[in-house]
Design a protein around this ligand. Structure first.
Ligand code: SF4
Length: 304
């Protein structure tokens, strides 16, 4: 238990504490004595101002102690500690939380966690309704999006799910052919991807609001496979801001293939030739008055 009153001998050992701090950091960065506090019975910490400009608001803390019934005070430990107004580094955040879209560079590796909700074992997706089914799983998925955000989408951890596909199922055939992927997008993965794409290239963007027509009727739209084809495609117009991106069918831009007609270039008027009249041209420019006229007849040429 802490003693409120510092031990007298330990409290008087200021020189011992200062010498320890100066030995650790150098005399030039150890400032005035700020006080002493009791850490326990015969254990006292002395504080000295830190003069290092890189550690504004920090202090040197030197703890001294003595044994029971001993008169000699000894050094316990020395440390640099921050005070309330100290300049501190921001709280450390794990890389997985700091990562932002677009951070991945060439050569970088981004591990995907085994229980990533965006993925599920490949054979689960193979058992779902075909992508061209009249009842689109995506349409249902989008309706359930809000619940899926909060719900535990994968009720069972992927590692605990059965690994052997049912005999005769599509997954079993795919496995035999070696075509099966270990994991595919889960419904949750579809939801978040669709949301992201809608946000960037969806009907609510300023570009789509001002567009003359929607992507669904544009010749530059490349259809995609899978259930998302009913809501998205890829823009292949190099002049569009969405070129190469997945766009909502309700998106649109001024580059729509049919919305605007290219104006014809203006044709210059044909030149007018007057072949009926002769236009006299003087051989010499008009001479100033008082100059001597050259001998011989004045010639004039006409040209047509
Ligand atoms: S050019 Fe414009 S309207 Fe056509 S697909 Fe691309 S974004 Fe859509």
């Amino acid at each position: 238990m802490r003693s409120r009153t510092p031990d007298r001998l330990c409290a008087e050992a200021v020189d011992l504490a200062r010498a320890a701090a100066e030995e650790l950091a150098g005399a030039e960065v150890v400032g005035e004595h700020l006080g002493a506090v009791a850490e326990g019975d015969r254990v006292v910490t002395h504080s000295f101002a830190c003069q290092d400009p890189a550690y504004r608001g920090w202090r040197w803390a030197v703890t001294v102690a003595r044994a029971s019934r001993a008169k000699v005070v000894t050094l316990d430990e020395t440390a640099l500690l921050p005070d309330a107004d100290a300049l501190l580094a921001p709280e450390w955040v794990p890389w997985s939380e700091r990562l932002r879209p677009g951070d991945l560079g060439p050569g970088d590796l981004l591990p995907t966690e085994a229980d990533d909700l965006r993925l599920e074992p490949g054979w689960l997706a193979a058992e779902e309704a075909p992508v061209d089914s009249a009842v689109s799983p995506v349409a249902e998925d989008l309706a359930e999006l809000a619940e899926a955000e909060d719900a535990d989408v994968t009720a069972t951890a992927p590692a605990a799910l059965p690994t052997t596909p049912a005999r005769g199922s599509l997954a079993a055939v795919a496995e035999e052919l070696g075509l099966r992927r270990a994991r595919v997008l889960s419904r949750y993965g579809l939801h978040v991807a669709a949301d992201r794409w809608e946000e960037s290239y969806g009907p609510k963007t300023p570009m789509a609001q001002a567009a003359p027509a929607q992507c669904v009727s544009c010749g530059f739209l490349v259809p995609i496979a899978g259930s998302l084809r009913q809501a998205f495609g890829i823009c292949a117009n190099e002049f569009s801001p969405a070129d190469g991106h997945v766009v909502s069918l309700a998106f649109g831009c001024g580059g729509h293939s049919e919305a605007a007609v290219m104006p014809r270039p203006p044709r210059p008027a044909p030149p007018v030739l007057d072949e009926m009249n002769a236009e006299p041209l003087p051989l010499h420019p008009a001479r100033p008055s008082g100059s001597v006229e050259p001998e011989g007849p004045t010639e004039e040429l006409g040209h047509s």
